[in-house]
Design a protein around this ligand. Structure first.
Ligand SMILES: [Fe+2]
Ligand SMILES: [Fe+2]
Length: 144
């Protein structure tokens, strides 16, 4: 999952560079890849991983992270729309999304994923669930 964070960051970084070079077609393909990756990642966290974590402290973090998922999801939709219009405002939105993801991913990597590693040691079947899941087309973050 951490590797997914890094790939998503790299893809968005590339999109920003492509837009600055006016390569809108390439940027469009790349945004679609990043959009699918990040949304699937959110789905896996909310449906498969987070429900395994219990305890009041963790649950507070998880609510916070799930609110951030809504913001990330909405921003991705805005970015897809701006890209279709070839609207220059997309640059600012991409930068905002990268900042949001940076803060979000760092919380996950430093707290939540450690707890998940412990859980996985007891319950390795979670890995199969992760591998076999695909994002249902009408799924939305739970707090949306
Ligand atoms: Fe997340
Ligand atoms: Fe994540």
């Amino acid at each position: 999952m951490t590797r997914d964070h890094v790939k998503g960051d790299d893809e968005l970084e590339e999109v920003l560079a492509q837009i600055r070079r006016d390569e809108w077609e390439k940027a469009r393909d790349k945004v679609k890849v990043a959009n699918a990756r990040i949304k699937t990642h959110i789905y896996l966290e909310e449906e498969i991983l987070f429900p395994h974590l219990k305890g009041p402290d963790l649950e507070n973090w998880i609510s916070e992270l799930m609110m951030q998922h809504v913001a990330i999801w909405n921003l991705l939709d805005v970015i897809l729309g701006l890209l279709e219009e070839r609207n220059r405002e997309i640059e600012g939105r991409l930068i905002l999304l990268m900042q949001l993801l940076k803060a979000h991913n760092s919380i996950e990597e430093h707290s939540i994923y450690h707890e998940l590693d412990k859980e996985l040691a007891w319950n390795p079947d979670i890995l199969y669930e992760l591998r076999d899941s695909i994002l249902p087309s009408h799924w939305k973050p739970k707090y949306m």
